[in-house]
Design a protein around this ligand. Structure first.
Ligand code: PHE
Length: 397
Protein backbone atom coordinates (compact mmCIF):
# COMPACT_ATOMS: atom_id res chain seq x y z
CA UNK A 1 0.00 0.00 0.00
CA UNK A 2 1.24 3.40 -0.77
CA UNK A 3 0.77 5.20 2.57
CA UNK A 4 0.35 8.84 1.47
CA UNK A 5 -2.46 8.42 -1.10
CA UNK A 6 -5.65 8.39 0.92
CA UNK A 7 -8.95 7.26 -0.44
CA UNK A 8 -11.30 10.27 -0.72
CA UNK A 9 -13.78 8.71 1.70
CA UNK A 10 -11.16 8.63 4.39
CA UNK A 11 -9.91 12.23 3.77
CA UNK A 12 -10.58 14.56 6.69
CA UNK A 13 -12.60 17.61 5.79
CA UNK A 14 -12.03 20.70 7.89
CA UNK A 15 -15.15 22.81 8.16
CA UNK A 16 -14.81 26.35 9.47
CA UNK A 17 -17.95 27.36 11.21
CA UNK A 18 -18.68 31.15 10.72
CA UNK A 19 -19.39 31.44 14.40
CA UNK A 20 -15.82 30.46 15.06
CA UNK A 21 -14.34 33.26 12.92
CA UNK A 22 -13.35 36.63 14.25
CA UNK A 23 -15.50 39.61 13.02
CA UNK A 24 -12.68 40.78 10.73
CA UNK A 25 -12.42 37.45 8.90
CA UNK A 26 -16.13 37.23 8.67
CA UNK A 27 -16.18 40.62 6.86
CA UNK A 28 -13.24 39.68 4.64
CA UNK A 29 -14.69 36.23 3.86
CA UNK A 30 -17.96 37.77 2.76
CA UNK A 31 -16.22 39.59 -0.07
CA UNK A 32 -13.74 36.84 -0.69
CA UNK A 33 -16.48 34.39 -1.54
CA UNK A 34 -17.11 36.42 -4.70
CA UNK A 35 -13.43 36.29 -5.62
CA UNK A 36 -13.78 39.83 -6.76
CA UNK A 37 -14.32 41.82 -3.73
CA UNK A 38 -12.88 45.10 -5.07
CA UNK A 39 -15.64 45.18 -7.70
CA UNK A 40 -18.23 44.30 -5.18
CA UNK A 41 -17.02 46.91 -2.82
CA UNK A 42 -17.29 49.47 -5.62
CA UNK A 43 -20.86 48.57 -6.48
CA UNK A 44 -21.77 48.78 -2.82
CA UNK A 45 -20.30 52.24 -2.61
CA UNK A 46 -22.10 53.27 -5.82
CA UNK A 47 -25.39 51.97 -4.43
CA UNK A 48 -24.92 53.96 -1.26
CA UNK A 49 -24.06 57.10 -3.25
CA UNK A 50 -26.98 56.59 -5.60
CA UNK A 51 -29.47 56.35 -2.78
CA UNK A 52 -28.06 59.43 -1.14
CA UNK A 53 -28.10 61.50 -4.37
CA UNK A 54 -31.52 63.12 -4.67
CA UNK A 55 -31.02 64.72 -8.16
CA UNK A 56 -30.20 61.32 -9.58
CA UNK A 57 -33.21 59.49 -8.16
CA UNK A 58 -35.50 62.38 -8.92
CA UNK A 59 -34.34 62.72 -12.49
CA UNK A 60 -34.77 59.05 -13.27
CA UNK A 61 -38.33 58.99 -12.06
CA UNK A 62 -39.14 62.31 -13.70
CA UNK A 63 -37.85 61.01 -17.01
CA UNK A 64 -39.92 57.86 -16.69
CA UNK A 65 -43.09 59.75 -15.99
CA UNK A 66 -42.37 62.23 -18.79
CA UNK A 67 -42.13 59.31 -21.21
CA UNK A 68 -45.43 57.82 -20.07
CA UNK A 69 -47.11 61.20 -20.20
CA UNK A 70 -45.80 61.97 -23.70
CA UNK A 71 -46.74 58.63 -25.21
CA UNK A 72 -50.23 58.81 -23.73
CA UNK A 73 -50.69 62.34 -25.06
CA UNK A 74 -49.48 61.27 -28.51
CA UNK A 75 -52.29 58.73 -28.81
CA UNK A 76 -54.93 61.44 -28.58
CA UNK A 77 -53.50 63.65 -31.38
CA UNK A 78 -54.96 63.37 -34.86
CA UNK A 79 -53.77 66.28 -37.00
CA UNK A 80 -50.46 67.63 -38.17
CA UNK A 81 -50.72 70.93 -36.34
CA UNK A 82 -51.33 69.14 -33.03
CA UNK A 83 -48.38 66.85 -33.67
CA UNK A 84 -46.15 69.84 -34.40
CA UNK A 85 -47.31 71.51 -31.17
CA UNK A 86 -46.54 68.26 -29.36
CA UNK A 87 -43.03 68.19 -30.86
CA UNK A 88 -42.33 71.75 -29.74
CA UNK A 89 -43.82 71.04 -26.31
CA UNK A 90 -41.62 67.99 -25.63
CA UNK A 91 -38.60 68.09 -27.91
CA UNK A 92 -38.33 71.79 -28.80
CA UNK A 93 -35.61 74.11 -27.49
CA UNK A 94 -37.82 75.15 -24.60
CA UNK A 95 -39.58 71.79 -24.40
CA UNK A 96 -40.12 69.58 -21.37
CA UNK A 97 -37.39 67.09 -22.19
CA UNK A 98 -34.87 69.83 -22.84
CA UNK A 99 -35.77 71.43 -19.52
CA UNK A 100 -35.27 68.11 -17.70
CA UNK A 101 -31.96 67.45 -19.35
CA UNK A 102 -30.75 70.73 -17.81
CA UNK A 103 -30.78 68.85 -14.47
CA UNK A 104 -27.82 66.78 -15.70
CA UNK A 105 -25.55 69.48 -14.36
CA UNK A 106 -26.35 68.49 -10.77
CA UNK A 107 -25.92 64.75 -11.26
CA UNK A 108 -22.58 63.52 -9.82
CA UNK A 109 -19.97 62.78 -12.48
CA UNK A 110 -19.97 58.98 -11.98
CA UNK A 111 -23.73 58.77 -12.43
CA UNK A 112 -23.95 60.97 -15.52
CA UNK A 113 -23.61 57.99 -17.83
CA UNK A 114 -26.67 56.23 -16.47
CA UNK A 115 -28.82 59.37 -16.45
CA UNK A 116 -27.62 60.23 -19.96
CA UNK A 117 -28.65 56.80 -21.23
CA UNK A 118 -32.08 57.24 -19.69
CA UNK A 119 -32.41 60.67 -21.27
CA UNK A 120 -31.59 59.20 -24.70
CA UNK A 121 -34.01 56.34 -24.20
CA UNK A 122 -36.85 58.75 -23.42
CA UNK A 123 -35.99 61.09 -26.32
CA UNK A 124 -35.85 58.11 -28.76
CA UNK A 125 -39.19 56.77 -27.51
CA UNK A 126 -40.90 60.16 -27.96
CA UNK A 127 -39.27 60.81 -31.37
CA UNK A 128 -40.14 57.43 -32.83
CA UNK A 129 -43.68 57.61 -31.42
CA UNK A 130 -44.06 60.98 -33.15
CA UNK A 131 -42.70 59.62 -36.45
CA UNK A 132 -45.10 56.71 -36.40
CA UNK A 133 -48.05 59.08 -35.85
CA UNK A 134 -46.90 61.43 -38.64
CA UNK A 135 -46.48 58.58 -41.12
CA UNK A 136 -49.88 57.17 -40.28
CA UNK A 137 -51.38 60.62 -40.83
CA UNK A 138 -49.61 61.01 -44.21
CA UNK A 139 -50.74 57.54 -45.33
CA UNK A 140 -54.33 58.43 -44.45
CA UNK A 141 -54.03 61.70 -46.40
CA UNK A 142 -52.60 59.87 -49.48
CA UNK A 143 -55.37 57.33 -49.35
CA UNK A 144 -58.07 60.01 -49.19
CA UNK A 145 -56.46 61.95 -52.09
CA UNK A 146 -57.01 59.05 -54.50
CA UNK A 147 -60.24 57.82 -52.95
CA UNK A 148 -62.74 57.15 -55.72
CA UNK A 149 -60.08 57.32 -58.47
CA UNK A 150 -59.05 54.12 -60.24
CA UNK A 151 -55.31 54.65 -60.58
CA UNK A 152 -54.99 51.41 -62.56
CA UNK A 153 -56.98 52.78 -65.52
CA UNK A 154 -54.83 53.17 -68.67
CA UNK A 155 -54.13 56.69 -70.02
CA UNK A 156 -56.26 58.21 -72.78
CA UNK A 157 -54.80 57.65 -76.25
CA UNK A 158 -53.71 60.81 -78.07
CA UNK A 159 -53.28 62.80 -74.87
CA UNK A 160 -49.80 64.02 -75.78
CA UNK A 161 -47.69 60.88 -76.07
CA UNK A 162 -44.50 62.07 -77.79
CA UNK A 163 -42.21 60.44 -80.31
CA UNK A 164 -38.54 60.64 -81.24
CA UNK A 165 -37.46 63.63 -83.32
CA UNK A 166 -36.96 62.66 -86.98
CA UNK A 167 -33.25 63.53 -86.66
CA UNK A 168 -32.88 61.22 -83.67
CA UNK A 169 -34.69 58.49 -85.59
CA UNK A 170 -32.39 58.79 -88.61
CA UNK A 171 -29.25 58.98 -86.45
CA UNK A 172 -30.30 55.85 -84.58
CA UNK A 173 -30.99 54.03 -87.85
CA UNK A 174 -27.58 55.01 -89.26
CA UNK A 175 -25.76 54.04 -86.07
CA UNK A 176 -27.66 50.74 -85.80
CA UNK A 177 -26.86 49.81 -89.39
CA UNK A 178 -23.16 50.66 -89.17
CA UNK A 179 -22.72 48.99 -85.79
CA UNK A 180 -24.07 45.79 -87.30
CA UNK A 181 -21.20 46.05 -89.77
CA UNK A 182 -18.60 46.22 -86.99
CA UNK A 183 -18.20 49.97 -86.47
CA UNK A 184 -17.99 51.26 -82.90
CA UNK A 185 -19.01 54.70 -81.64
CA UNK A 186 -16.40 57.43 -81.18
CA UNK A 187 -16.70 60.97 -79.90
CA UNK A 188 -14.82 64.26 -79.97
CA UNK A 189 -15.27 67.89 -78.87
CA UNK A 190 -17.33 70.39 -80.84
CA UNK A 191 -14.93 73.19 -79.86
CA UNK A 192 -11.87 71.97 -81.72
CA UNK A 193 -8.27 72.99 -82.40
CA UNK A 194 -7.29 74.08 -85.91
CA UNK A 195 -4.86 71.18 -86.01
CA UNK A 196 -7.55 68.53 -85.41
CA UNK A 197 -10.04 70.16 -87.75
CA UNK A 198 -7.69 71.14 -90.58
CA UNK A 199 -3.87 70.69 -90.36
CA UNK A 200 -3.96 66.99 -89.50
CA UNK A 201 -6.48 66.49 -92.29
CA UNK A 202 -4.05 67.79 -94.92
CA UNK A 203 -6.02 70.99 -95.24
CA UNK A 204 -3.59 73.84 -95.96
CA UNK A 205 -3.79 77.23 -94.29
CA UNK A 206 -5.08 78.88 -97.46
CA UNK A 207 -7.95 76.39 -97.88
CA UNK A 208 -11.30 78.24 -98.06
CA UNK A 209 -12.72 76.10 -95.24
CA UNK A 210 -10.31 77.93 -92.93
CA UNK A 211 -11.75 81.25 -93.87
CA UNK A 212 -13.20 83.19 -90.99
CA UNK A 213 -16.45 83.28 -92.90
CA UNK A 214 -16.61 79.48 -92.99
CA UNK A 215 -16.74 78.72 -89.30
CA UNK A 216 -16.81 80.38 -85.88
CA UNK A 217 -13.53 81.12 -84.10
CA UNK A 218 -13.01 81.49 -80.34
CA UNK A 219 -10.81 84.28 -78.94
CA UNK A 220 -8.21 81.61 -78.02
CA UNK A 221 -7.92 80.43 -81.64
CA UNK A 222 -10.08 77.34 -81.20
CA UNK A 223 -13.03 76.91 -83.54
CA UNK A 224 -16.40 75.19 -83.83
CA UNK A 225 -15.65 72.11 -85.94
CA UNK A 226 -16.84 72.39 -89.53
CA UNK A 227 -17.13 68.64 -89.85
CA UNK A 228 -17.01 65.47 -87.75
CA UNK A 229 -13.82 64.45 -89.63
CA UNK A 230 -11.86 65.84 -86.64
CA UNK A 231 -12.97 62.71 -84.76
CA UNK A 232 -10.99 60.64 -87.30
CA UNK A 233 -7.88 62.50 -86.15
CA UNK A 234 -8.65 62.14 -82.44
CA UNK A 235 -9.34 58.42 -82.88
CA UNK A 236 -6.08 57.75 -84.71
CA UNK A 237 -4.16 59.89 -82.24
CA UNK A 238 -5.16 57.66 -79.34
CA UNK A 239 -5.64 54.24 -81.02
CA UNK A 240 -3.77 51.35 -79.43
CA UNK A 241 -4.10 48.73 -82.17
CA UNK A 242 -5.46 48.15 -85.68
CA UNK A 243 -8.01 47.86 -87.11
CA UNK A 244 -9.66 51.18 -86.37
CA UNK A 245 -13.32 51.03 -87.32
CA UNK A 246 -15.38 53.91 -85.91
CA UNK A 247 -18.42 56.04 -86.53
CA UNK A 248 -18.93 59.47 -85.02
CA UNK A 249 -22.33 61.16 -85.14
CA UNK A 250 -22.45 64.75 -83.92
CA UNK A 251 -22.95 68.45 -84.54
CA UNK A 252 -20.96 70.46 -87.09
CA UNK A 253 -20.92 74.24 -87.61
CA UNK A 254 -20.71 76.51 -90.66
CA UNK A 255 -21.11 80.24 -90.91
CA UNK A 256 -23.77 79.87 -93.58
CA UNK A 257 -26.69 82.16 -94.29
CA UNK A 258 -29.70 80.34 -92.89
CA UNK A 259 -32.17 79.34 -95.60
CA UNK A 260 -34.26 76.36 -96.66
CA UNK A 261 -31.20 74.14 -97.12
CA UNK A 262 -28.63 75.64 -94.68
CA UNK A 263 -28.33 76.01 -90.92
CA UNK A 264 -25.30 77.19 -88.97
CA UNK A 265 -25.51 74.07 -86.78
CA UNK A 266 -26.25 70.78 -88.45
CA UNK A 267 -25.56 67.09 -87.87
CA UNK A 268 -23.16 64.70 -89.51
CA UNK A 269 -22.08 61.12 -89.18
CA UNK A 270 -18.47 60.23 -89.89
CA UNK A 271 -16.92 56.81 -90.49
CA UNK A 272 -13.30 55.69 -90.55
CA UNK A 273 -11.85 52.25 -91.24
CA UNK A 274 -8.07 51.75 -91.14
CA UNK A 275 -6.17 48.49 -91.41
CA UNK A 276 -3.35 46.99 -93.48
CA UNK A 277 -5.54 46.00 -96.43
CA UNK A 278 -8.60 48.27 -96.68
CA UNK A 279 -9.56 48.86 -100.31
CA UNK A 280 -11.88 51.03 -102.37
CA UNK A 281 -14.02 47.90 -102.85
CA UNK A 282 -14.60 47.84 -99.07
CA UNK A 283 -15.69 51.47 -99.20
CA UNK A 284 -18.11 50.85 -102.08
CA UNK A 285 -19.54 47.71 -100.52
CA UNK A 286 -20.04 49.36 -97.14
CA UNK A 287 -21.81 52.42 -98.54
CA UNK A 288 -24.00 50.50 -100.98
CA UNK A 289 -25.13 48.21 -98.16
CA UNK A 290 -25.71 51.21 -95.90
CA UNK A 291 -27.88 53.14 -98.37
CA UNK A 292 -29.92 50.06 -99.28
CA UNK A 293 -30.61 49.52 -95.58
CA UNK A 294 -31.70 53.15 -95.20
CA UNK A 295 -33.58 53.78 -98.46
CA UNK A 296 -34.64 50.25 -99.48
CA UNK A 297 -33.08 47.25 -101.24
CA UNK A 298 -33.44 48.55 -104.79
CA UNK A 299 -31.59 51.84 -104.14
CA UNK A 300 -28.98 52.69 -106.80
CA UNK A 301 -25.78 54.36 -105.55
CA UNK A 302 -23.32 56.34 -107.72
CA UNK A 303 -19.71 57.31 -106.90
CA UNK A 304 -18.76 60.57 -108.58
CA UNK A 305 -15.09 61.69 -108.51
CA UNK A 306 -14.56 64.71 -106.30
CA UNK A 307 -11.90 66.38 -104.17
CA UNK A 308 -11.33 66.41 -100.41
CA UNK A 309 -7.91 67.36 -99.00
CA UNK A 310 -7.83 64.35 -96.66
CA UNK A 311 -8.86 61.55 -99.05
CA UNK A 312 -7.34 60.36 -102.30
CA UNK A 313 -9.12 59.31 -104.43
CA UNK A 314 -12.25 61.13 -103.26
CA UNK A 315 -15.89 60.78 -104.29
CA UNK A 316 -19.25 62.27 -103.78
CA UNK A 317 -22.04 59.75 -103.44
CA UNK A 318 -25.37 60.19 -105.13
CA UNK A 319 -28.42 57.99 -104.63
CA UNK A 320 -31.16 57.68 -107.20
CA UNK A 321 -34.48 58.33 -105.55
CA UNK A 322 -37.93 58.94 -106.85
CA UNK A 323 -40.20 61.36 -105.11
CA UNK A 324 -43.88 60.38 -105.33
CA UNK A 325 -45.31 61.11 -108.79
CA UNK A 326 -42.00 62.53 -110.05
CA UNK A 327 -39.24 61.09 -112.18
CA UNK A 328 -36.30 59.50 -110.29
CA UNK A 329 -33.31 61.80 -109.88
CA UNK A 330 -29.77 61.65 -108.50
CA UNK A 331 -29.38 63.25 -105.09
CA UNK A 332 -25.95 64.07 -103.69
CA UNK A 333 -25.78 62.62 -100.21
CA UNK A 334 -22.24 62.03 -98.85
CA UNK A 335 -18.52 62.56 -99.27
CA UNK A 336 -15.99 59.76 -99.10
CA UNK A 337 -12.61 58.47 -100.18
CA UNK A 338 -9.45 56.58 -99.29
CA UNK A 339 -7.51 58.22 -96.45
CA UNK A 340 -4.71 60.34 -97.93
CA UNK A 341 -1.25 59.01 -96.92
CA UNK A 342 -0.38 62.59 -95.93
CA UNK A 343 -2.95 62.24 -93.09
CA UNK A 344 -1.29 59.03 -91.85
CA UNK A 345 2.11 60.77 -92.03
CA UNK A 346 0.87 63.70 -89.91
CA UNK A 347 -0.71 61.36 -87.36
CA UNK A 348 2.49 59.29 -87.16
CA UNK A 349 4.53 62.46 -86.58
CA UNK A 350 2.21 63.43 -83.71
CA UNK A 351 2.15 59.93 -82.17
CA UNK A 352 5.86 59.33 -82.60
CA UNK A 353 5.36 55.69 -83.61
CA UNK A 354 4.55 53.76 -86.76
CA UNK A 355 1.12 52.22 -86.06
CA UNK A 356 -0.22 54.38 -88.90
CA UNK A 357 2.83 54.04 -91.17
CA UNK A 358 1.61 55.46 -94.55
CA UNK A 359 3.53 52.71 -96.32
CA UNK A 360 1.73 49.95 -94.45
CA UNK A 361 -1.83 51.03 -93.69
CA UNK A 362 -4.77 52.01 -95.86
CA UNK A 363 -8.18 53.22 -94.90
CA UNK A 364 -11.45 54.70 -96.03
CA UNK A 365 -13.58 57.49 -94.61
CA UNK A 366 -16.99 58.88 -95.33
CA UNK A 367 -19.19 61.59 -93.91
CA UNK A 368 -22.72 62.74 -94.49
CA UNK A 369 -25.28 65.20 -93.21
CA UNK A 370 -27.99 63.61 -91.09
CA UNK A 371 -30.34 66.56 -91.58
CA UNK A 372 -30.06 66.09 -95.32
CA UNK A 373 -30.68 62.37 -94.95
CA UNK A 374 -33.84 63.06 -92.91
CA UNK A 375 -35.05 65.63 -95.45
CA UNK A 376 -34.60 63.22 -98.35
CA UNK A 377 -36.20 60.31 -96.51
CA UNK A 378 -39.29 62.22 -95.46
CA UNK A 379 -39.57 64.71 -98.34
CA UNK A 380 -38.98 67.69 -96.00
CA UNK A 381 -38.56 70.80 -98.13
CA UNK A 382 -37.17 73.21 -95.50
CA UNK A 383 -34.35 72.28 -93.10
CA UNK A 384 -35.63 74.88 -90.60
CA UNK A 385 -38.61 72.66 -89.78
CA UNK A 386 -36.12 70.39 -88.03
CA UNK A 387 -35.28 72.97 -85.39
CA UNK A 388 -38.52 74.90 -85.01
CA UNK A 389 -40.23 72.29 -82.83
CA UNK A 390 -43.65 72.95 -84.29
CA UNK A 391 -45.79 70.09 -83.01
CA UNK A 392 -47.81 70.02 -86.23
CA UNK A 393 -44.56 69.12 -87.99
CA UNK A 394 -43.19 66.78 -85.30
CA UNK A 395 -46.46 64.86 -84.90
CA UNK A 396 -45.98 63.40 -88.38
CA UNK A 397 -43.06 61.24 -87.30
N1 PHE B 1 -15.86 66.07 -93.96
C1 PHE B 1 -16.46 66.12 -95.28
C2 PHE B 1 -17.53 67.20 -95.29
O1 PHE B 1 -17.90 67.68 -94.24
C3 PHE B 1 -17.07 64.79 -95.66
C4 PHE B 1 -16.07 63.69 -95.80
C5 PHE B 1 -15.81 62.85 -94.74
C6 PHE B 1 -15.42 63.48 -96.98
C7 PHE B 1 -14.89 61.82 -94.87
C8 PHE B 1 -14.51 62.46 -97.14
C9 PHE B 1 -14.26 61.63 -96.06
O2 PHE B 1 -18.00 67.58 -96.32
Amino acid sequence: MVGDSMHPSTRKIIVLKPALLSPFWRFFGYFWQFHCWPDHLLSCITAILRASSPPFAAMLSQLDSLKTEALTALDTLSDEAALEAFRVDYLGKKGKLTALSGGMREVPADLKKEVGAKLNEVRDAITSGLTVRLEALQAAKDASAVAGIDITLPGRPGAGVGSLHPLTQIRDLAVRTLRRMGFTLADGPEIETEWHCFDALNTPTDHPARNESDTFYMPDGKLLRTHTSSVQVRTMESAKTLPVRIIAPGAAYRRDEIDATHLSVFNQIEALYVDTDVSLADLKGTLEYFFREVFGPTTVVRFRPHFFPFTEPSFEIDVKLEAKGKEARWIEIAGCGMVDPAVFAEISKKRGDNLFDPEKVTGFAFGMGLDRLAMIMHGISDIRHLIENDVRFLQQF
